[in-house]
Design a protein around this ligand. Sequence first.
Ligand code: AMP
Length: 418
Amino acid sequence: MSSFKHSRPKGTQDFAPPQSDRKHRVEELFRHLAGLYGFQEIVIPVFEHTEVFIKSTGVGSDIVTKQMYTFKDRAGRSLTLRPEGTPGVVRAALENRVRMPCRLFYLGPYFRYERPQKGRTREFNQLGIEALGEASPLVDAEIIGFGDSFFRELGIADCTIQLNSIGCRECRPLYRQNLVGFLTRHRDELCNDCHVRLERNPLRVFDCKNSACQNLLAQAPKPREHLCSECDRHFSEVREALNRQGLQYELNDRLARGLDYYNRTTFEYLSGRLGAQDSLGGGGRYDYLVEEFGGPETPATGLAIGLDRTMLAMPELEQNKRRRLAFVVWMSDAELEPARKLLDQLRAEGIPARMDFDAGRPKRQFKLADAAGASCCVIVGPDELTRGVYSLKDLLTGEQTEVPVNTIAIQVRALLRD
Ligand code: AMP
């Protein structure tokens, strides 16, 4: 085994082929689905002014207190690598005066300083959608349905949906008061982190992974029991819409999500194939965030999907899968130029194609074609050229046929696999 000079930083990841092809396919499906639901792409910076996240994700959240990559630039500004998508999208929608209501999607890398393990890295990829300016509970249900369609399309059969409502400005103060009362009575049973949460932002105790705290929280007052009539109606309508859409869900009273800006509906998708890090994605309503960023009162709801975990939960690819690639093989120097012309022709017809300029010997060219995962080889030989044909070899079945030069593109296309 060779030893390399450099390795990637802990918690980052590389996507080399064929994983990069797989990633691309998931992203393409996401783009396609987002387009079908009327979302348009928004591209935002990988870092923002730190206060963008402090103000939205929340001072007491795990992300802000423990996980942000915050640094000073050379002029002394505090900047942070984006740990999540929504704050940057809201900031950008306002700064670019995007007309509301609007539906935006984004994808790309996100960064959190966490303890790396299966399904949890310090650099990871999110695919997100945000509907700004839509208040109806039917939108919450539509977005929950979006995620469900996405996972189903990828063959993730064991995805379950968890659902909760955490109330609004009207009903949350009373809930908060009851929760604080309960937590104060059980202060001794809480971990040190939860003592701090209790002081700073009590709802964040629901983010705690400590099993003693989790057990205690099972008996804590539940947000759903404190909903005002408006929130109660909204939540009933979300549930009725999900039922009409044929989507099954489980109610989870502890689903507060680790971000401060949510109100009313929160939801998460879980997969049994992922082990401890079982959340594929999640989202919820955030009706106050646009206003808190200086915009007009704007109801909003969104969803973020973890691309890396999605790829872990997807069924394995078939072994020895061929890809959309044709390989042009030339027999001797005299066929090099005709072969190269054929390469141009195939590409002009939209067929991904390669050849090996270094090889010389056809045997080596066939080996390379196989190693590249090509679907077929088009063989350009002296005998074939005089007869106006190419030999076409299907690399999956090994079958070889002769094809008239003027139909080559059609025949190659029929053999391409992906
Ligand atoms: P969140 O909004 O924090 O729930 O993140 C949404 C989704 O992003 C999660 O459900 C995960 O699929 C993914 N995600 C969040 N943090 C990480 C991480 N550190 N590593 C890999 N995926 C992550």
